[in-house]
Design a protein around this ligand. Structure first.
Ligand code: MEV
Length: 438
């Protein structure tokens, strides 16, 4: 059966040809073509086009700033790229509050990244482990030509383990540990793994004792996005009484107890844990994106880390004493400040200029603080006024924009909805009413 909608050779077409083809095939209006043209960059388009493939336009997201992040006694203005309207406001509010209350204290616990070489072999892994020193030498020899720069910067291969894959007796891995210093390190790790894979297989197949147990075969080699050792810890702490600005109709003590209960629920209930952690990632992803890091890698690794006990749980925990409130986030963040988009995307370069000269460890600390700030604001709102009050106020702006409200109408609407429930219909009715008056 032939499907006439299958497109062949799309990537070979020019941008204009691509657009013509899809507008014909999908019967799209000229408006679509106009939009694709309108969001092209007037001077730097080739730079953006080259970041991906089959680029026909650009997709704009706001580049925002959250000021007043006091982290380990240094103040940062944090760039955030995000489409959800309340995130930057939530981050800024929490950052300003904590700046007056000691700031965020962060600590990078480790920066280890990992790569995996998988192979099949009928022998027991314990036998191969007996050749640990020779394998270490083999790894060094295979990667010496590609690791000199990284070593000069203080990084390189830091260790390895041989393991059999669970439930797969004849499938094994050489798990290799890396320090990639300030770079994300994906290319470095993958290059090293591919250099090691063939010599490793040859080693097994040429060593009489190992060969007699079976021939080894390489299956695949790739970095792992599970980085449970690449961890940063971020905490905030203050006397409970200081929480008064957040406690709404509750006393600071009642508020702190309700806050801790909410966090404990997220530790123990996976449905809530996912939403709670999503609030953390509102902040984390926005800074990861602004700094050109791989947000899918960060998400995949950290979500898996949240399940390391066998159940998905909150990444934060709250401790209360009679007098003090302490809130801590522990999260794996494999980030880089060099390589990848950091040398290419003009707004990523700008983001780093705004942050000040930050190395990968500093970036881990800033990103963790942004995650904590957003989560603190979310849990605070949830346990006091409820989330919709603040959310819908910001959402009102989006509804007004989508209904093409003028600046004057926007001001009137913000005033009118101060103490009313915001909904798309209510805003629409309000605008109809306004427009009838003129
Ligand atoms: C919305 O983007 C994030 C929240 O749902 C987070 C949370 O529930 O903690 C408000």
């Amino acid at each position: 059966m032939q499907n006439n909608n299958i497109i062949r050779g799309f990537s070979k077409l020019s941008r204009q040809e691509k657009i013509k083809l899809i507008t014909n095939q999908l019967n799209l209006s000229e408006e679509v073509e106009g939009d694709l043209d309108r969001y092209l960059h007037p001077t730097d388009q080739s730079l953006f086009s080259d970041i991906s493939e089959n680029t026909v336009s650009n997709y704009y997201l706001p580049f925002s700033l959250a000021p007043n992040f006091l982290i380990n006694d240094q103040v940062y203005i944090v760039p955030m790229v995000i489409e959800e309207s309340s995130v930057v406001a939530a981050a800024s509010k929490a950052a300003s509050f904590w700046a007056k209350n000691g700031g965020f204290k962060t600590k990078v616990i480790n920066t280890q990244k990992n790569g995996q070489i998988f192979f099949s072999w009928n022998g027991p892994i314990e036998k191969l482990k007996e050749y640990g020193l020779e394998i270490e030498e083999l790894i060094k020899k295979a990667t010496d030509p590609v690791t000199s720069n990284m070593k000069a910067r203080g990084g390189g291969i830091t260790g390895f383990k041989l393991k059999t894959i669970e439930n797969m007796d004849h499938t094994h891995e050489l798990l290799i540990h890396f320090n990639t210093v300030n770079s994300m390190g994906a290319n470095f790790i993958n290059t090293c793994l591919e250099k090691i894979a063939d010599p490793l297989i040859d080693f097994i197949n040429e060593k009489a004792e190992l060969q007699s147990l079976g021939m080894a075969e390489h299956i695949m080699s790739i970095l792992s996005n599970y980085t449970p050792e690449c961890i940063v810890e971020c905490s905030v702490q203050c006397p409970i009484e200081q929480l008064a600005p957040y406690s709404g109709d509750y006393t600071p003590k009642q508020f702190a107890t309700r806050f801790k209960t909410a966090v404990d629920i997220a530790i123990n209930d996976p449905y809530r844990a996912v939403t709670h952690n999503k609030g953390i990632f509102n902040g984390i992803d926005a800074v990861v994106l602004a700094t050109g890091n791989d947000f899918r890698a960060v998400e995949a690794g950290a979500q898996a880390y949240a399940s390391k006990s066998g159940q998905y749980r909150s990444l934060t925990q709250c401790e209360l004493t009679e007098t003090d409130f302490k809130y801590t986030l522990k999260v794996p963040l494999a980030l880089g400040t060099v390589g990848g988009l950091t040398n290419i995307h003009p707004m990523v370069k700008t983001a780093f200029k705004i942050l000040g000269s930050s190395n990968a460890e500093q970036l881990m600390e800033i990103v963790a603080a942004a995650g904590m700030a957003n989560n603190f604001s979310a849990v605070t709102a949830l346990t006091t006024t409820g989330i919709q009050k603040g959310h819908m106020k910001l959402h009102l702006g989006n509804i007004l924009t989508s209904l093409q409200a003028t600046n004057e109408e926007k001001t009137l609407a913000q005033e009118y909805f101060t103490n009313k429930t915001v909904s798309h219909t209510a805003v629409q009715d309000f605008l109809i009413h306004c427009r009838k008056q003129v």
